[in-house]
Design a protein around this ligand. Structure first.
Ligand code: PEP
Ligand code: MN
Length: 329
């Protein structure tokens, strides 16, 4: 590990830290110079580094053993329609769980665009838990989405379920979504990366943060220009809500990873009544944006009926977050 000190650290504080490191690890630590900064190498295996993290002169601790260099060092810009990552405006992705009727999709897309949503989502091939449930309208649904895009200018975010579809997605879709259940489908990750589109990667419900970041590393390794990391709820011992939104993961990722961190309160909650509080928690923890499921008639939705917001519910939610107290820094 490398302990990197702030450029303004006075020599007396550097000396003090050096002595503290030598004492704690019984280790002949030395101070090294890195540009304008001083640093010290620490042994790799200290599980408890909070004393260094709390030291006001410590800028960052780099753990070399984290095996995702492309994620850690990612530098770049992401432009999706009107949204630009570096401007730090919250990203709103909204739309139905599955694309169903054309007419209602077009009118929903218009309402969402007017409300300030920057990206339209909608499932076309659905990876459902049971093969006997609605599995999407396939390419016909993509045609509806393309009409919605032509009408509103909204870019499209669509889940890629099969490597065989990657080429067609590369020509039509603006953000390629990797669903939670596919997070470690490595062939799919490679095919998605090769489209050269930004990838929205959803965290698998049982994956550790490290595994999530390694899946992102796969995407960057295979040439994806950028990855948007999405926390969508994990499986814990409690199943009162559909999943448990891991708010701590959002805060951790915000602090440690340069990629955008998004949250999906809809799948985490599994119930429209809890989408707003989970969205608020995610933004408070530092999420750069949200994906929310909205349906013109949720009660009739062919998938995820319980969690989808009605249009007026969604508009209220957006208004709530446009209040100055929620403006993102
Ligand atoms: C979705 O967003 O359409 C979806 C199926 O979610 P998840 O992959 O998180 O279950
Ligand atoms: Mn859904």
């Amino acid at each position: 590990m490398l302990l990197l000190l702030r450029p303004e650290t006075p020599p007396s504080a550097v000396e003090e830290i050096l002595l503290a490191v030598q004492k704690r690890y019984d280790y002949p630590a030395e101070v090294i110079t890195l540009g304008e900064r001083k640093g010290l190498y620490l042994p790799e295996n200290d599980p408890d580094t909070h004393m260094w993290e709390r030291n006001p002169w410590v800028e960052k601790i780099y753990a070399w053993e984290k095996p995702y260099p492309k994620v850690r060092n990612w530098q770049g810009e992401i432009q999706i329609g009107k949204w630009t990552f570096s401007k730090r405006e919250p990203l709103w992705i909204a739309g139905p769980c599955s694309v169903e009727e054309k007419k209602s999709l077009l009118s929903l897309a218009q309402t969402l665009a007017q409300a300030g949503v920057q990206v339209l989502r909608g499932g076309i091939f659905k990876g459902r838990t049971s093969p006997y449930t609605f599995r999407g309208k396939g390419w016909e649904a993509l045609e509806y989405l393309l009409e919605a895009k032509a009408l509103t200018g909204l870019p499209l975010c669509v889940e890629l379920l099969s490597e065989k579809h990657a080429e067609k997605y590369a020509e039509t879709v603006d953000v390629i979504q990797i669903g939670a259940r596919s997070m470690q489908a490595f062939g799919l990750l490679q095919a998605a990366a090769q489209t050269q589109k930004p990838i929205l990667l959803k965290r698998a419900p049982c994956s550790k943060i490290d595994e999530f970041l390694l899946a992102a590393e796969y995407l960057l390794y295979h040439g994806a220009p950028s990855v948007l990391l999405m926390e969508r709820g994990i499986r814990t011992f409690d199943n009162t809500l559909r999943y448990t939104l891991d708010v701590g993961a959002i805060a951790y990722l915000r602090e440690n990873v340069p990629l955008p961190i998004l949250a999906d309160p809809s799948h985490a909650a599994g119930d429209h009544r809890y989408v707003l509080p989970l969205a608020a928690a995610a933004l408070a923890a530092g999420a750069h944006g949200l994906m929310v499921e909205v349906h013109p008639q949720p009660a009739r939705a062919l998938s995820d009926a319980k969690q989808q917001l009605e249009i007026k519910e969604f508009l209220r939610l957006m208004e709530y977050f446009q209040m100055p107290s929620f403006a993102q820094g």
